[in-house]
Design a protein around this ligand. Sequence first.
Ligand SMILES: Nc1ncnc2c1ncn2[C@@H]1O[C@H](COP(=O)(O)OP(=O)(O)O)[C@@H](O)[C@H]1O
Ligand SMILES: [Mg+2]
Length: 248
Amino acid sequence: MTLEVEGLGIGGLVRDVSFGIERGERVGLIGESGSGKSLTALSIMGLLPEELAASGSVKLDGRELLGASEKELSRLRGNEMSMVFQEPMTALNPAMRVGAQVAEPLRIHRGGRNHRAAAEALLDSVGLPETSRAYPHQLSGGQRQRVILAIALANDPKLLICDEPTTALDVTVQAQILDLILDGVRERECALLFITHDLAVVASVCERVLVMLDGEIVESGTTREVLTAPQHDYTKKLLAASDLEASR
Ligand SMILES: Nc1ncnc2c1ncn2[C@@H]1O[C@H](COP(=O)(O)OP(=O)(O)O)[C@@H](O)[C@H]1O
Ligand SMILES: [Mg+2]
């Protein structure tokens, strides 16, 4: 198991959350705003705000992450595990060319200086050839999210977490980014934890899905099971409110 979360609690806001993700498996985490999805993701990355403490167990390839030192976590972040957030501008350095930003995780985790060619190849792979000299403000939102994805995938992580990665983007751009995420994780056999409130996105990206309500996982199963025969009232409501219901 690439990721094993057991009995995760976060300051009373998230309670007794358990799930696992195998290598190459794509798991969706859905639920209303405020249900604890982002906190769950941040706790895995060791990025919880200081005032919130996590309890339970989070293992990446068998290694316990909860309580790991900041030094150990920064060795893993951007290397063995990466996260893509909703808003790409805040995750980029406005004063640095994007090629240099894609080269950063290579420099930090692999050492050496000259990663220009590798960074250009990564930008190429997300559909941004000849873009390495651009600054973030010269790119569209979708292009910035492509850069973020190139950075996240640079070191072939074992785990990729995407937290609403397309929510801030135009609908037409969303599908392109989803395809790139799928290509990127398939190529590397990453475990993917994909957070969204969009059930249609879950249906197209994820093999399994976890449903979160008020800090707890209330339902889980294959995407087909959960989206065609939801058990929990909350999941039924989510489905009824989505476009998927109409297309069934
Ligand atoms: N730093 C914090 N301190 C206290 N409560 C927080 C903090 N961050 C988030 N919360 C609360 O935790 C709950 C879950 O938040 P979050 O994980 O961001 O939800 P989601 O991503 O599902 O929308 C929300 O009620 C939110 O207000
Ligand atoms: Mg969130």
